[in-house]
Design a protein around this ligand. Structure first.
Ligand SMILES: Cc1cc2nc3c(=O)[nH]c(=O)nc-3n(C[C@H](O)[C@H](O)[C@H](O)COP(=O)(O)OP(=O)(O)OC[C@H]3O[C@@H](n4cnc5c(N)ncnc54)[C@H](O)[C@@H]3O)c2cc1C
Length: 405
């Protein structure tokens, strides 16, 4: 015997809860259940943003917001006109969760705890009678004449409308493929670069505030802060490349060269600056007089790598040394030999092919009454709260698209 529900949501993560709550709020007479395979839900929300949950980003213009989505830029423009960051802030505020904006635009609960978001969702789900069924791992989905039949690790269900919110789950992607959907091959996005290089070996923790990084042999280029880590490089300048280059860098098996411009000046203007410093600071030791607003320890490494030693004064350095230093500052090449997990946020590029989804409703173009929300579709974003915004927007639009019979 199968249990009947009007609406079933597979996946009790960010998108699944957001869809279920918004549906239950509107349609108290419809029965809705979340089927979640874990013994609790919202596990990614829990660990998100280093435990603080970077809920969204303070970017309020849809055409500006979409440029943060390497996959989904074109498709999300319409949806963001329906439900955007401002709506997210209001949604949480109306349910007692205040968000704050950090300097870089990321938005977090004022409590600085992801538990605040989880508590809000669990309370809302309870208030509106959403049935949350844990330890229900979905094994198969069949399309019936008037709905769906779903087999789980426990009981079986039938429903009229089905929402898939299972994130980057390969088993569900396989089931969707069996139903006729195309799945774009998943690859990791948002990772840091492994680099073994003498110039950065002893300076983990150093941040260059504004650099430009190019992946040599490709068109990939990004700007922003760069962090030297124990194993290589991280921070937005690198993470943006990992997102926009997710597919290309996977094809390179994460082995490639990058060129870093630490001062965002071209080689010639850097050369001119160094030549005038040679005159102005003639008697000073080069290593001691950090220039271009670079961190002291990074400046020292780049100077030493230009064959300028710790006893050299500006007056002593040769044309070759000036050439070498300007190259280190504007065109420093580093060999990337792998990738590491960025612990604050990571996502998977790939998922349900965007051409098979109606972005006015997030309904499948192939199977009526089947909807998608969140990371299950081929949408992902750079770091900063944009991935959750995709979950909120898609889930909200699904909740508005559900019909009563
Ligand atoms: C460490 C980390 C930190 C992050 N931090 C941030 C951040 O601060 N800001 C941000 O914007 N993004 C962040 N992200 C990305 C963000 O968490 C995801 O984009 C978002 O959770 C996607 O929501 P979702 O509901 O689509 O998928 P998920 O949150 O992954 O939820 C999917 C749910 O489906 C369930 N499920 C899967 N298969 C089945 C099945 N067969 N049967 C039943 N249930 C199933 C899973 O158990 C899970 O609960 C982070 C990601 C990670 C890994």
């Amino acid at each position: 015997m199968s249990k009947h529900k009007d609406i079933i949501i597979i996946g009790g993560g960010a998108a699944g809860f957001f869809a279920a709550i918004n549906i239950a709020e509107q349609y108290s007479d419809l029965s809705a259940a979340i089927l979640e395979r874990g013994k609790t839900g919202l596990q990614k929300v829990k660990i998100s943003g280093g435990g603080r949950c970077n809920v969204t980003h303070a970017e309020f213009i849809p055409s500006e917001l979409v440029i943060n989505y390497p996959r989904g830029e074109k498709e999300l423009l319409g949806p963001f006109h329906s439900f955007m960051t401002g709506d997210t802030i209001t949604w949480f505020e109306e349910r007692g969760v205040e968000l704050k904006i950090e300097e870089d635009g990321r938005m977090f609960p004022v409590s600085n705890s992801s538990q605040t978001i989880i508590d809000c969702f669990l309370d809302e789900a309870k208030t509106h009678g959403v049935d949350v069924l844990y330890n229900h791992s979905v094994k198969s989905i069949d399309v019936l004449d008037n709905g769906f039949s779903i087999e789980t690790s426990q009981e079986n269900f039938q429903c009229g409308q089905l929402i898939i919110a299972t994130g980057s789950n390969t088993k569900i992607w396989k089931l969707l493929e069996d139903l006729g959907h195309t799945i774009v091959e998943p690859v990791p996005s948002l990772f840091t670069f492994d680099i073994k290089d003498e110039r950065i070996r002893n300076i983990p923790g150093v941040v260059a505030k504004d650099v430009e990084v190019k992946v040599l042999g490709t068109d990939l280029i990004s700007t922003g802060p760069l962090l030297i880590t124990h194993v290589g490089m991280s921070a937005p300048a690198i993470l943006k490349l990992s997102a926009f280059g997710a597919i290309e860098l996977s094809k390179l098996n994460y082995h490639f060269d990058i060129e870093v411009n630490f001062i965002r000046q071209d080689l010639d203007s850097c050369l001119a600056s160094l030549k005038s410093l040679k005159l102005d600071l003639a008697k000073k030791l080069v290593v001691n007089y950090t220039q271009f607003d670079l961190p002291k320890r990074l400046w020292k490494q780049l100077v030493l790598d230009a064959n300028i030693d710790e006893t050299n004064r500006w007056a002593d350095i040769t044309k070759n040394q000036i050439d070498a230093l300007s190259k280190q500052l504007t065109k420093a090449v580093f060999k990337v030999t792998g990738k590491s997990t960025f612990k604050e946020e990571f996502v998977t590029a790939g998922g349900v092919d965007l051409r098979e989804i109606n972005f006015k409703t997030f309904e499948s173009k192939l199977i009526p009454d089947l909807y998608f929300a969140g990371e299950v579709i081929n949408v992902d974003a750079v770091t900063g709260g944009f991935n959750f915004q995709n979950a909120w927007t898609s889930a909200y639009i699904v909740s508005q698209s559900i019909h009563k019979s």
